[in-house]
Design a protein around this ligand. Structure first.
Ligand code: ATP
Length: 547
């Protein structure tokens, strides 16, 4: 994986195993919302904990070999609406969308693709919904092949103009026909219109405009709004980062591809504040580190594609933005997993001007160092020293006061969970109880991410083996998420754990009762080793170590 995967079949597997369920399924579900089942919740927790451990508590040293200063934050989801005015979300957080005038369905304009045949300057079109032009082309061809060639205008047009033009709804000339892409609908789409993606609510009992609030569409703004609180309370010095993991909500026009585009999701975001002169080096540091992190946790390098935005795509304040993209199996094109953006001083300046609060950073150390050097010559003349100090304050102090630049690595916890599930899913063969090859599904999770770290089995439930296995299970339980299973044939129990992605199965057998050793089976190699049961904890600790 991930080669192409039937996503409907995959979603069913995830449901059957207890990874991911459709939200409120007993009522027919709700589009764009998902629940994590018993295995899924462990997987996602492990992902968020690995991120927190590796990025917040123990990030690797910076480009200069020095320790990185990083602290965490947990902000409220609903904030003063001014936050979203300053950030630009109230004015501009919108996707162009199109509505079907007949079936009333709504689509993202960049996800509707047309094939047009032009005869005598008259265009005829059909459309499909797809993530990008590459994915759209075969779907359009398939749709054309199914057309009634005599009756459908595109079918007729193709006879005299076999050449097709391809456009998305954002690029289609305004006067051209815009048929709806929905199956069995012959309606027409509107022209693209902006649609604000923020969920609105009201704080308080009265649903009036004065009480209007928004569910945050990203966690980042809570960090900017608290920048000064964190700085003052933690006495941090630049460069430093503030990290947050939490829910975000976007009223996506078209949630799709399982959990990839949801309306409620979790983000893992860092705002890293630095001196403007150092921002490029920190941008490169985070861009490279974030990509390596995904590889270290099991995404194959060939499936990870960093896409650096071209100069023309960049915001005016930015020296660079890289989307770390992943070859999800539902598309031929890589899709965004995380964005690493150089945001300049844009956010702090915007909040400073809207709130009226000074969010400049004062480099006290640098200023004091300058004073020391420049006042050295006047150390025996107090009056001259004061005079020189005043002069320096007037002429030079300003350069030590500046708005920091920000590098923002912004990752999606649910998107990474989906990538991990896709990458882990493997079908291979393993010997059954009689040694004959049997097809198995195995989730090859990195041990740090695996929902269950080890399963403990008695070979049979007699001769004290079950008691001994339970004892081992109880010894391990305070330290790892382990399970005890004594039901069914041992081969069946192994299969169950392979499907859950458990890296180790530990079996207590007759020899355990004699010499205190157990077998430990590796999920991927299927190798079984005998080790003293007192070593099991060490083996697990080693496999789960973040370094
Ligand atoms: P996209 O182009 O896919 O809509 P974006 O560029 O709007 O994403 P950002 O605003 O940069 O996304 O958000 C940072 C991260 O949050 C994304 O890289 C992704 O992992 C996650 N994310 C954003 N929107 C969604 C969503 N609707 N569902 C799940 N995860 C999301």
């Amino acid at each position: 994986m991930p080669t192409k995967l039937d996503m409907a079949k995959f979603a069913k597997f995830c449901k059957d195993m207890g990874f991911i369920f459709q939200s409120s399924e007993i009522y027919g579900g709700i589009n764009g919302f998902w629940d994590y089942g018993p295995l899924g919740v462990e997987l996602k927790r492990n992902i968020k904990e690995a991120w927190w451990q590796d990025m917040v508590r123990n990030p690797p040293p910076g480009p200069d070999g020095q320790e990185i200063r990083m602290v965490g934050l947990d902000c409220s989801i609903i904030m003063n609406p001014n936050v979203w005015v300053a950030s630009g979300h109230v004015g501009g957080f919108s996707d162009p969308m199109v509505d079907c005038l007949k079936c009333k369905k709504r689509f993202r304009a960049d996800k509707v693709h047309f094939a047009c045949a032009v005869v005598d300057n008259t265009p005829h079109a059909i459309s499909v919904e797809a993530d990008n032009a590459t994915d759209a082309e075969p779907l359009l061809k398939e749709k054309i092949a199914k057309l009634d060639k005599k009756k459908h205008p595109v079918g007729r047009a193709l006879k005299s103009a076999p050449q097709l033009e391809y456009h998305s709804a954002t690029a289609l000339p305004a006067s051209w026909p815009r048929p709806c892409p929905a199956e069995d609908c012959d309606g027409t789409l509107t022209e693209p219109r902006a649609f604000n993606l923020m969920f609105e609510s009201h704080a308080g009992p009265i649903a009036s405009d004065e009480n209007k609030v928004y569910l945050r569409p990203e966690t980042a703004q809570g960090i900017f709004a608290n920048y000064k609180n964190v700085l003052d309370s933690s006495r941090l010095k630049l460069p430093f980062g503030i990290a947050q993991v939490g829910k975000a909500f976007r009223n996506e026009i078209n949630p799709r591809n399982f959990t990839f585009r949801s309306r409620e999701f979790e983000q893992m975001e860092i705002e890293f504040f630095c001196h403007p002169n150092e921002s490029r080096k920190w941008y490169e540091y985070w861009r490279d580190l974030r990509r390596q992190w995904y590889s270290r946790l099991g995404l194959k390098s060939e499936n990870l594609v960093p896409r650096e935005q071209g100069q023309e795509e960049l915001a005016h304040y930015s020296v660079g933005t890289t989307d770390i993209e992943y070859m999800f199996p539902f598309s031929d094109e890589p899709q965004e997993l995380e964005g690493v953006a150089h945001r300049g001083d844009f956010d702090l300046s915007a909040h400073s001007s809207r709130s009226g609060k000074d969010l400049k950073y004062f480099d006290e150390e640098g200023w004091n160092a300058l004073l020391q050097v420049r006042l050295e010559a006047f150390k025996d003349d107090k009056a001259k020293r004061e005079e020189e100090k005043k002069k320096l304050e007037k002429e030079e102090k300003a350069q030590f006061q500046f708005v920091p630049h920000v590098i923002e690595p912004s990752a999606g916890a649910d998107r990474f969970t989906l990538a991990v599930l896709c990458e882990a899913y493997t079908e291979d063969t393993a010997p059954d109880a009689k040694g004959n090859p049997e097809t198995r599904i195995v989730m090859k999770f990195h041990p740090r991410l695996a929902p269950i770290k080890a399963a403990i089995f008695p070979l049979v439930n007699k001769d004290g083996m079950d008691e001994e296995a339970k004892k081992l299970y109880r010894e391990l339980k305070p330290f790892f998420n382990v399970v005890y299973d004594q039901s069914g044939a041992i081969g069946r129990r192994y299969r169950r754990q392979d499907e859950a992605g458990t890296p180790f199965c530990i079996t207590v057998d007759g020899d355990t009762m004699k010499d205190g050793t157990v077998t430990i089976r590796d999920r991927d190699t299927l190798k079984q080793e005998r080790i003293p049961k007192s070593e099991v904890r060490k083996v697990l600790e080693k496999a789960l170590s973040p370094v």
